[in-house]
Design a protein around this ligand. Structure first.
Ligand code: SAH
Length: 349
């Protein structure tokens, strides 16, 4: 019989499991949940307010599957840390720790690989291997916090994978993450980034969560966006903008648009004008990202002057835009590259 993965169960489902599978009273579930998500222990033997008999039953029927560290890169320029974490089945994902004035922030992966095929992204090169469980996503946070000796104050779902292509697990993850008996991180401090899966954006909207939705836009016309983001052929810009406007109307949460500047592709003044025209009147924010070149791709970063001209042009057109500050630039290889190097090394061995 396959053992139950306890780290992935929100409290109501854990309570049901504890009462139905173990025949124990419901309050035991709360105790177990607090051990897992507040004290963040990785062994049943550490759960010292449970009887030895109950701990024995847990060992027999359940697992806690934490992530473990394969590699950690420490920036010499700032406090940024990049982790390569291994999952129980040997797959690896990347997680990045960043220090801001408002406290530490973590960028986590939601899938092993990705099937969205964005042309400038390293995470998608080998396709999708599998989605992460809620427990594995929590494991990225707990292991990073354990290593750093402090708690995060914000979180972004911007690592490897498309979070809305792993909808149910991401929803369970957010429920556990924000629960008072768990890490208790308010969803106000969480950003979820998507390439633009329109039906799932609508499903997310219906949940009315307090998180910030980030849309990876990267082009304001369908021709350019089709070329760099295959998802645009399924959900073109008009459909994406319609759901974004609806999202704001329903949730009252301002959307953040990501725009990675790629030299010669989406970075001239016409593109800036198109972007400003597209977003005119929307209560939103634009985050410009100097693209990280990926060695398997031919994308080049726009020059510093070009990025500056692009921002100024947007501002002249009344759009609220910032250029993402680069942290840990000495270890800032594009997301997904550390995992790819690791996978190709182990295939050669
Ligand atoms: N799949 C989700 C979240 C993961 S990617 C999404 O598409 O939003 C997180 C962000 O990094 C996205 O905005 C993505 O487009 C961007 N990104 C991917 N590769 C990049 C690269 N090489 N340089 C800069 N940004 C990149």
């Amino acid at each position: 019989m396959e053992k139950t993965d306890l780290l992935s169960l929100p409290l109501p489902r854990l309570t049901q499991w504890v009462t139905e599978e173990l025949g124990e009273p419901g309050f035991r579930a709360k105790q177990i949940y607090q051990w897992l998500h507040q004290k963040q222990v990785t062994e049943f033997s550490a759960m010292t307010n449970l009887s030895a008999a109950l701990r024995g039953k847990l060992e027999e029927k359940a697992v806690i599957a934490p992530v473990s560290t394969v590699t950690r890169l420490d920036s010499h320029l700032d406090e940024t840390r990049k982790f390569l974490f291994s999952l129980a089945d040997g797959n690896c994902v990347e997680t990045v720790w960043m220090e801001y004035n408002h406290g530490p922030s973590l960028c986590i992966s939601t899938q092993v690989g990705c099937r969205q095929g964005c042309r400038f992204c390293a995470s998608t090169l080998g396709g999708l291997v599998r989605s992460l469980t809620a427990g594995e996503m929590l494991g990225e946070i707990y292991e990073a916090q354990r290593q750093m000796g402090k708690a995060i104050s914000s979180l972004v779902l911007m690592g490897i994978g498309e979070p809305l292509d792993n909808f149910e697990n991401v929803m369970d993850f957010l429920e556990i993450l924000s629960s008072p008996q768990g890490q208790n991180l308010s969803l106000r401090h969480v950003s979820l980034s998507t390439c633009g899966l329109v039906p799932e954006i609508r499903r997310l909207m219906e949940r009315k969560l307090g998180l910030t939705l980030s849309i990876s836009l990267h082009a304001a016309d369908n021709e350019t966006r089709d070329q760099i983001m295959p998802v645009n052929r399924r959900y073109p810009i008009e459909e994406l903008m319609a759901v974004c406007r609806e999202y704001f109307a329903v949730t009252g949460r301002r959307i953040s648009y990501e725009y990675a500047l790629i030299a010669g592709v989406n970075d001239d003044m016409d593109h800036a004008d198109e972007l400003a025209a597209l977003l005119r009147g929307q209560n939103c924010h634009v985050n410009l990202i100097p693209v990280n070149p990926v060695k398997e791709r031919d994308t080049k970063r726009s020059s510093r002057q070009q990025i500056q001209r692009f921002v100024e042009r947007l501002e002249q057109r009344g759009l609220n835009a910032t250029v993402r500050r680069e942290l840990g630039s000495d270890i800032s290889a594009a997301c997904g590259q550390l995992r790819r190097e690791h996978v190709s090394q182990s295939q050669q061995e």
